[in-house]
Design a binder for this molecule. Structure first.
Ligand code: NAI
Length: 363
């Protein structure tokens, strides 16, 4: 996205393949609690950097750096396309949420966010719950997605946005008025995936699901009559829609030829492993609904600094994701370009216009 950020003499961090002219990348460490976090601020042209905090037992530091660089860049695009006056940032904590999480560690992370003085505002992501964020909020005001200043957990709004996008995608691709009678292969039954499963079931869709957590599978079987696919085979399910709602990078050279659904629409961030994977999906005739467009519901719900809308009003706002997707898909077809390129272009145009207008967030 940014010009002139890679130079031949950059051989270390600045030459990292996922580095994209990020404004700041901060390492936060606390010896007492064992906190090891990385906060990446990608771009603040539209406002302070807004992005969640992920806790994950990364295999090594490079995997964490790669994730935070990619996710923070994604937030710049997500916030821009969603029309929010925020830039993009993200935090990752290198830890296992099942064994390493403690209130003290979360508070130490809160201190690290507070030290940034408001240029970065955070919320929950994978491995972090809204309750965890309440702990973080005991140390910093720069937290969203908690009951104290808004509608709380963003996941239901993310699920609602993905659901609205699916409705638009089936109207566009299958000329179907609703999801009734359609078959969705859903990967990941976490905060977002479980709520999406409920919405799909309520609206008459048939579900095949996968997760690494067998309790979640049992619940989906019991509550929604879902069929279960092995983790490595969910994308091969002959469904109408494949919905990746676990981790990123799942759409790649190996998996794309195996996808049996005609539409890919899900909540996971950074679904495409490389930039070539979008055009590859298109070549295979699969309609890819750009991840950061369809999963923006959570960001939209936490964006207001105070509770301004009721949950119903917020759902109506988030539901506009379906309209934006329609515009992107029809522009993609008329220009013969993959949908994610069109989404990128719209997001970049808004940032470029703000830059030209001299708009710059103050800290
Ligand atoms: P979560 O951590 O609550 O759920 C992830 C689920 O995926 C868990 O049930 C986990 O067991 C499962 N899983 C992990 N590896 C798997 C695999 N190989 N196959 C199948 N299942 C697997 O996370 P959450 O919050 O539901 O987020 C899901 C995705 O959506 C993430 O990529 C996240 O970044 C993205 N997202 C979430 C938002 C939110 O509001 N929570 C907002 C925007 C994006």
């Amino acid at each position: 996205m940014k010009q002139g950020t890679q130079r031949a003499r950059d051989t270390g961090f600045f030459a990292h393949p996922s580095f994209d002219g990020h404004e700041q990348v901060i390492l936060a460490h606390d010896a007492e609690t064992g906190l090891k976090a990385i906060i990446a601020i990608h771009d603040r042209t539209l406002g302070p950097a807004l992005g969640g905090c992920r806790m994950w037992p990364y295999a090594d530091e490079n995997a964490a750096i790669d994730d935070v660089l990619r996710l923070s860049r994604g937030m710049t695009y997500k916030n821009s396309l969603a029309g929010l006056d925020y830039g993009g940032g993200k935090a990752v904590i290198i830890a296992d949420p099942h064994t390493d999480k403690s209130a003290a560690l979360l508070r130490a992370f809160g201190d690290a966010v507070e030290r940034l003085g408001g240029i970065f505002i955070t919320g929950e992501d994978v491995g972090i719950s809204d309750r965890d964020m309440e702990e973080v909020a005991t140390r910093t005001a720069h937290v969203r997605g908690i009951r104290a200043n808004g509608l709380g957990d963003p996941s239901p709004f993310t699920a609602w946005g993905v659901f609205s996008a699916m409705q638009a995608a089936v109207r566009y691709r299958l000329a179907r008025p609703s999801l009734d009678g359609l078959h969705v292969a859903l990967q990941g039954l976490g905060h977002v995936g479980s709520r999406l499963a409920a919405l799909l079931h309520e609206n008459g869709a048939r579900l095949t699901v996968s997760d690494i957590d067998s309790e979640r599978l049992d619940e989906a079987r019991r509550r929604y009559g879902a069929s279960v696919a092995p983790v490595e085979d969910i994308h091969k399910t002959p469904a109408d829609i494949f919905a990746p709602c676990a981790l990123g990078g799942f759409l790649n050279r190996k998996t794309i030829p195996e996808i049996a659904a005609g539409i890919v629409c899900g909540a996971a961030n950074n679904q495409l492993l490389t930039a070539e994977d979008g055009p590859f999906l298109r070549k295979r005739g699969i309609l890819y609904c750009p991840d950061y467009l369809v999963n923006a519901g959570g960001a939209i719900s936490i964006a207001p600094p105070r509770r301004e809308l009721s949950a119903e009003q917020m759902k109506a706002r988030v539901g506009r994701i379906g309209d934006t997707l329609m515009q992107v898909l029809s522009r993609a077809d008329s220009e013969g370009a993959p949908p994610e390129r069109i989404a990128d272009r719209i997001a970049e145009e808004r940032i470029a216009a703000a830059r030209q207008g001299g708009h710059r967030a103050s800290a």
